[in-house]
Design a binder for this molecule. Sequence first.
Ligand code: ZN
Length: 643
Amino acid sequence: MNALKRCLLSATSFLLVASATAQKARPIPEKLHPLPFGSVRPQGWLRQQVEDNLAGFTGHLDSLVPKLILQDDIYGTDRLTPKVKSKDVGAEGAPGEWQVQFLWWNSETQSNWRDGYIRSALLVQDTLHLARLRRYVYRILATQDSDGYIGIYAPSLRYRFDNENGELWAQATLFRGLLAWYEATGEERVRTAVERAVQLTMRSWPIATAHPFKTVNPNVGGLSHGLMFTDVLENLYRISGNKTYLEYLLFCYRDFSAAVINEDAQLRKLLDATLPLKGHGVHTYEHLRSVAAAYQVSGDTVLQRALANYLRKIAVATAPSGGPVGDEWIGGRGADATRRGYEYCSIQELQHSYSELLFKTGTAQWGDQVERIFFNAAQGARHPHESSIAYLKSDNSYQMTGGLNGDTSDKQQVRYKYSPVHQDAAVCCVPNAGRVAPYYVQYMWGQDAEGLVATLLGPSEVRTRFKGRPIRITEETGYPYNYGIAFNVEGAGASFVLKIRKPAWSGSVRMNVPFEEKDGYLVVRRKWRGRERIELQLQPAVTPASDAQGERFFTYGPLVLAREIAAVPKAVKAYFLPGFRDLHYERAQEVPFRNADTTVTGPLTGRLLFEAKAINPATGQMQTIHLVPMGGTILRQVTFPLK
Ligand SMILES: [Zn+2]
């Protein structure tokens, strides 16, 4: 969500998309095939996190903000009509033209929340939540019009816009969750409903003549979020094999690129390697998936170049934790562990985008990027003991009192705090905080032509079939908090290759069976008998690194380490539901420590606790400090200035 009145880019002129993108779709085969949602289930700490979310904000968001969810049947009886000119969503901010976005906001809030809620309940098979969600799924299907329409607009408005609107975005967020439900339950009527709705959209905005991204105002929110309709098109192609979805996907990106809008992911801007990212962060990090998909669909080398530039630009905007900056704008500036924050929505979107790159290309390093974001940025912006998250967070987090590290210059900046809702900013990040773990789980296992691939590591169970034979593998581990992983393989008589992504930080590894190392994967080839146990031991070490400002930080395996800072909590808002509250934190120590020595010892006594040395700003003396994984911290110092 954003204040688009503060637009950053000057209006661009009409542009031509390289003609090559207009060629007939010739898909590049994906290296790894995603398994239907629900094939991979979380275990251990991952399952616990999903259960905690269900017991917390994910399971209760409708009760925490009933006005935005229960009292706005935006896909049903409260669809938007020409008479609805404004909507009160409880957000703070100066009035202005940007508030036209409020009209569609609740569709995103409801559907992103339900996407995370559906996936979480399916992953842990929670019968109470599943019963509630089944009623919801049937109710939303019942809103479908006879022509197939599912969406938020009355007939006189739909598919006829020349300005900001939420048509494609409201559909994209809703259909992502419905397709997860279909994949996990096999309920054909859900798939049929989504396909009918998507086909209506494709007929109503036909490739030959329509311009769904055309707008008289270049500063749009819902309209450009709508590019994520490509998530749905891609998923439907994977389910059905129907290539018209891919053709429409390419058309969406082509029309988006040709529009006069202030968005980083337009082809012309991506082809300019010197142009930094400026836009609204969450758009920029989610649109990466659409560009990656458009390249995959077309095989177009111009798009390949655009994608490569895009990835380099994002790398510049990425903090040591993997958090992609934007508060809420990227603003043409790179990452900075102290002076730039990142939004929880952006964490989820970039993690999802990298997961797609991992599967499309099979390139192991994208798995390292996904793990970096999820274990560090995402875990580090969750409250460790309560059900709440930080809307905005920075790697060096010295105060959580509304503004960035105690900044009070913008009275309307309320996002640097912990809340189960964040309604005073926007209810976007909390819904996405319920999606991040289920999306990690979904991409933990994939298939290739030879067998199964453990793509992202962690405690899980996968059930699938390969060449008709059932296979079940449980992955026993506390990863990333310990580094021994046992794969219990049940695939009697099946002949398949098991590949395990080898983390880039890992040097030599030990395994109890013969294996070869190839392209970043550990490859185990055998004829499987009964139940077999493959044991893998990874060997992390503390590694010093430098960030863009030349400050020093430390990693241990996939984890970024931090010095925890003593903090004083202050409850700033209570909710009608017990157990939920908004919290500020003030630090009780001087910062920053500096000149951290590269010698770090640990882990100490079997815990992930490390000893280092740095100069205390209060005393000017070098002293022993402790480092812990930054996930699970509240106030903390991740990077250390050298003087
Ligand atoms: Zn957000």
